[in-house]
Design a protein around this ligand. Structure first.
Ligand SMILES: Nc1ncnc2c1ncn2[C@@H]1O[C@H](COP(=O)(O)OP(=O)(O)OP(=O)(O)O)[C@@H](O)[C@H]1O
Length: 714
């Protein structure tokens, strides 16, 4: 970088609004030497253009048409030399343009970096500096095409005048009219181009958020809502594109007027011109000027200024102090910009700002990992926007009246169970992934009364996730029926009566309170949030983060911490049926137990857990053992007697045999994430942890999902 630091809020950038204003002019004037150099080298190009028409004209008139081919060839050689000299000039022009463009880039970088440092938003810097590079390239392109047009036109017009002034009269006026028409459309076109880009980005941002979450959208019955929201954006982009296309026609018209009409006029007026002293060579030279110089230069100008100019306008606007909202929905000072609000609202169907008035979700190219969806299961929250964005309606679960100030433990949905319809009912449900495939779920009947707690177990691939997907409405049974709270699946009433918490928990970049209250249509009192956090086991993390108002960085949370947030959010929802599809797999056994017990204790709440630990299965009143087509359902003791598969599973889950206390069960040296395996039975100094066995499930390597380097000793 060559320029000196620019104080915040000042600078010499060309402004994004109102053409090239005072700051831009000041920037250029401060570099008058560079401009002079640029002009000098460009004059060489002018000479080349001049000779493109003048050389062949003289070659014809003074040489070939007079029977003097040597003179003709000499003029052609001069024209050829002109091309070589012009090419040298063009090469030097690039160096001069670089001397103009690099300081421009440096200024932008300094502004962006100093603002990033000032606001502490260093995360968005890489994205913004990338935009700076786009601005720089676009600016360079603009300088090249506008300069090229000016000097080419000067060379061609001078050549026409030198050949025969009447030629200038034929070519000049339509060329001027074309340029004037193009200049008049420049601003409206730029505005429409920008509107189109904004609409395009809004749609892309929306789809980027929605598409990875299609599973959850279907699960929560939010297809219609999302289709409407997407349709709106598609419509907006369509209207912007149509308007841009209308104005684009004028661009074509200005090219036809300024570049192609002169050619037609030259041909049409050829007899008159030849009769009025214009020589054949001069006419050929004029045609060369129009076709070889003016038309290409005008086309480049129209394309360059029309497209790159608009892009530069948009990029500069973003880089201006209010402009990096597209990265996080907020301006540098935390207020939301027009674009930021649009994108944030795209990502978060809840209308309006969060409690703090700031964006609730990071979206766009620089959103933190996890906020835009790391996979199909993590892209959207676990409930329908319809369920979280609107107050409870008559389709809400029975016994779930809207009461804004309820205690977390006595939320309406859980407080007043309606015994009549079962919480979940499957009747002869059969599902296969393909017409010729063996059914994964076959003729399954299952009825869960409200308040029950079911664990689903089975070997890998047995169909546990398929079952939760069927209940969540993500998959449609080939045969049979499913109801949730008496409402058929799929359906909007069933969608608001269940909440699915997948393995990959979704946390967005708002405050902790916003994350927790996300599934609730009504404002959730702080005490209720705290009570829920306490019940599920989130309270220590909430304290560590700095309370409910703490702003979350999803990428900075561990997978288990994200699961705790997602679990508490689901706990607070009004949905009476909670489906935990390995939603606690990143939690230690103790925390998992606490969370599951909290869900099971929701009055009227029904819990279905895809269990991955024996302890989880034992806590449940009933266990569904899945093994492809055969299933068994019953209590733990009963299944221990009757199901060989269940006995096998329990056996494979059982803790390892105990060791003498002096013998370490395992040792972790230099583990980065000692806390990931810390628990009862573990002791250590942070660098070298030794666990004296038995240490329960920590001993199973499969449970050390987040562990650091692991090495067994002894
Ligand atoms: N989208 C799909 N298309 C085709 N087959 C699938 C699809 N999803 C799952 N399957 C198959 O269906 C069967 C059941 O899968 P499912 O994920 O429900 O099992 P699971 O019991 O949840 O397994 P795990 O414990 O490993 O998560 C498996 O054989 C799997 O390969």
């Amino acid at each position: 970088m060559t320029a000196s630091p620019v104080p915040a809020g000042t600078g010499t950038l060309p402004s994004a609004r109102g053409g090239l204003p005072v700051r831009g002019l000041r920037f250029l004037l401060a570099r008058w030497r560079v401009l002079l150099r640029l002009t000098a080298w460009s004059v060489l190009e002018t000479g080349q253009t001049f000779l493109i028409g003048y050389g062949p004209a003289r070659a014809l008139d003074d040489g070939f048409l007079r029977g003097r081919p040597d003179v003709g060839l000499a003029w052609l050689a001069v024209a050829g030399l002109g091309v070589l000299v012009g090419a040298y000039g063009t090469a030097r022009v690039y160096a001069a343009v670089a001397a103009l463009v690099e300081p421009f880039r440096d200024r932008l970088v300094e502004r962006v970096v100093s603002r990033g440092v000032r606001t502490g938003d260093a995360g968005s810097l890489s994205g913004l500096t990338q935009q700076v590079e786009i601005a720089r390239d676009t600016f360079a392109g603009l300088v090249m095409v506008s300069r090229s047009f000016v000097f080419t036109a000067a060379g061609a017009l001078a050549g026409l005048f030198a050949l025969a002034p009447p030629l200038l009269l034929v070519v000049g006026p339509p060329l001027a009219a074309g340029v004037a028409l193009f200049a008049a459309t420049l601003r409206p076109l730029a505005r429409r181009q920008e509107a189109f880009l904004v609409a395009d980005e809004a749609l892309a941002g929306h789809l980027g958020t929605v598409c990875p979450g299609l599973r959850d959208i279907t699960a929560t019955g939010a297809e219609a809502h999302m289709a409407a929201a997407t349709g709106e954006r598609v419509g907006a982009e369509f209207r912007a594109a149509r308007s841009l296309a209308h104005w684009g026609v004028l661009r074509v018209a200005s090219l036809a007027l300024g570049g192609q009409l002169p050619l037609v006029l030259l041909l049409a007026t050829a007899p008159w011109l030849l009769a009025h002293g214009v020589t054949t060579g001069a006419l050929v030279g004029a045609l060369a000027y129009v076709t070889q110089s003016l038309l290409p230069a005008l086309r480049n100008l129209i394309h360059g200024l029309g497209t790159s100019g608009s892009r530069l306008t948009v990029v500069l606007r973003r880089l201006a102090p209010t402009g990096h909202a597209e990265t996080d929905g907020t301006d540098g000072d935390g207020t939301r910009s027009r674009t930021g609000r649009r994108l944030a609202d795209t990502a978060n169907p809840r209308v309006g700002p969060g409690p703090s008035g700031t964006a609730q979700q990071h979206v766009g190219p620089h959103a933190a990992p996890g906020t835009r969806g790391d996979g199909p299961r993590s892209a959207l929250p676990e409930a329908a926007p319809a369920a979280r964005g609107t107050p409870p309606t008559p389709t809400a679960p029975a016994g779930a009246p809207h009461t804004p100030t309820v205690d977390a433990r006595t939320a309406p949905a859980r407080r007043s169970p309606t015994p009549s319809p079962p919480a979940l009912s499957l009747s002869s449900v059969t599902f296969a992934y393909g017409p010729a495939s063996t059914p994964v779920v076959d003729e399954l009947d299952l009825t869960l009364p409200a308040g029950s707690h079911l664990a689903v177990v089975g070997p890998s691939g047995a169909g546990k996730s398929t079952l939760t997907a069927l209940v969540a409405g993500l998959l449609t049974p080939d045969r049979g029926t499913i109801t949730v709270g008496g409402h058929p699946v799929p359906g909007p009433a069933a969608a608001v009566a269940r909440v699915l918490i997948p393995q990959e928990a979704y946390v967005f970049g708002g405050t902790l309170a916003e994350n927790l209250a996300y599934l609730r249509p009504d404002p959730v009192p702080e005490e209720e949030l705290l009570a829920a956090a306490e019940a599920v086991g989130l309270a220590p993390l909430a304290d560590r983060l700095g309370g409910l108002g703490a702003r979350l960085d999803p990428a900075a949370l561990s997978a288990g911490e994200r699961q705790l947030v997602a679990l508490t959010r689901a706990y607070l929802s009004y949905a009476p049926l909670a489906l935990l599809d390995e939603a606690t797999c990143h939690l230690d056994a103790g925390t998992e137990e606490r969370a599951e017990r909290a869900f099971a204790a929701r009055p009227g709440g029904t819990l279905v857990v895809v269990a991955h630990r024996i302890s989880s299965a034992r806590r449940a009143g009933r266990v569904l053992v899945m093994d492809g087509r055969s299933t068994a359902c019953g209590g733990h003791e009963e299944l221990m007697r009757s199901s060989a598969l269940y006995r096998d599973l329990v056996g494979s889950w059982a803790p390892a045999p105990s060791r003498p206390r002096s013998e370490p069960a395992l040792s972790l040296r230099d583990a980065d994430r000692v806390d990931a395996v810390a628990g009862p039975g573990l002791a250590g100094d942070g660098r070298h942890v030794v666990a004296h066995g038995p240490v329960g499930e920590v001993q199973a390597p499969g449970d050390l999902r987040d562990g650091g380097s692991l090495g067994r000793e002894g």
